[in-house]
Design a protein around this ligand. Structure first.
Ligand code: NAP
Length: 296
């Protein structure tokens, strides 16, 4: 039996349609959601991520301010810029593209963003609110995974979920979202990492497997329970001479073999990636709405 393929592009497109309506309504109420996208340096992957985020804003009617800075910028100057954006009423979300060049402290820079405009959800206040199960900005990739499971009608509550990866941007916040007592949560979660003993045995117990390790082939067919739902967060470049650019993108899951055992599976590309981008727009709209209700 071949698994149902979960189409992240289509789910993200539906979310963008809904957000376009939300943006129209906000504009009628006198608030145009605005996102500042700050890119320091010239890393090609970061440039392409940032450009995609700006295109997404345009599609749904969000104002985006594109701020490109030299990799030589001092930390003080960058912090000053963030301070100005924090005070700017046209900007509801501030995104500083990571990683930052050497010499800039990511922790300090992210902490300088006002928690009210932290649409990436990486500020310690946002993470604290998530852990405490309070309202706040949810990091985009974990939030995208939850939206994907919900849109694909996967039962989260009561399920055994295994996450491979415990990073601060994916694995750890996703675990919190999945086990918290709230809609989209109430699962029983196991988080695996490089010190996990017998990864295969852990993954085999899962009704839902989420791979976020950053290594191709981390999850193979022999590790997956028949009928399990497999979500692949990984994005890895592997050399491919047949492609003009010399590489192709693959996830952490051995897609071809796992799709023969799983009940449903998300592909790479076209899976979690589009949802991550949609959730950034989502957070920006929420932030604009919050700003509006403070004015009212
Ligand atoms: P990361 O910071 O490198 O963390 C990887 C995690 O996976 C770590 O916790 C690591 O364990 C664990 N791990 C690595 N190899 C493992 C193995 N063989 N067995 C068990 N655990 C293993 O990576 P990240 O930032 O979370 O990103 C993970 C992947 O998701 C990357 O491919 C990234 O490109 C992708 N990503 C995709 C999106 C999207 O929108 N689709 C967004 C963000 C990230 P330790 O903690 O023990 O080192």
């Amino acid at each position: 039996m071949s698994a149902r393929i979960i189409n992240g592009k289509a789910i993200a497109s539906n979310l963008r349609e809904q957000l376009t309506e939300d943006v129209k309504k906000l504009i009628t109420d006198g608030i145009r959601p605005g996102l500042a996208v700050v890119l320091v340096g010239e890393d090609p992957a970061s440039i392409s991520y940032v450009s995609a985020k700006e295109r997404d804003c345009e599609k749904v009617g969000i104002y985006s301010r594109d701020i490109r800075l030299s990799p030589e910028i001092s930390q003080d100057k960058l912090l000053k810029l963030i301070e100005e954006l924090n005070a700017d009423p046209d900007i509801h979300g501030i995104l500083v593209q990571l990683p930052l060049p050497e010499g800039l402290n990511e922790e300090t820079v992210i902490s300088a963003i006002s928690p009210d405009k932290d649409v990436d959800g990486f500020h310690p206040v946002s993470i604290g609110r998530l852990v405490l199960n309070l309202d706040g900005f949810i990091p985009c990739t974990p939030h995208g995974v939850i939206k994907m499971l919900e849109a694909a009608d996967v039962t989260i509550e009561g399920s055994d979920v295994v996450i491979v990866g415990r990073s601060r941007i994916v694995g750890a916040p996703l675990a919190n979202l999945l086990f918290r007592k709230a809609p989209g949560g109430n699962a029983t979660v196991t988080v695996c990492h490089t010190r996990t003993r017998d990864l295969a045995e852990k993954v085999r117990q899962a009704d839902i497997v989420i791979a976020a390790a950053g290594r191709p082939g981390t999850v193979t067919a022999d590790m997956v329970k028949e009928g399990a739902v497999v979500i692949d967060v990984g994005v890895n470049r592997v050399e491919d001479a047949s492609r003009q650019r010399g590489y192709r993108l693959v996830g952490d899951v051995d897609f071809d073999s796992v799709k023969e055992v799983a009940g449903a599976i998300s592909p790479v590309p076209g899976g979690v990636g589009p949802l991550t981008r949609a959730m950034l727009l989502w957070n920006t709209v929420i932030s604009a709405r919050n700003a509006g209700s403070k004015l009212a």
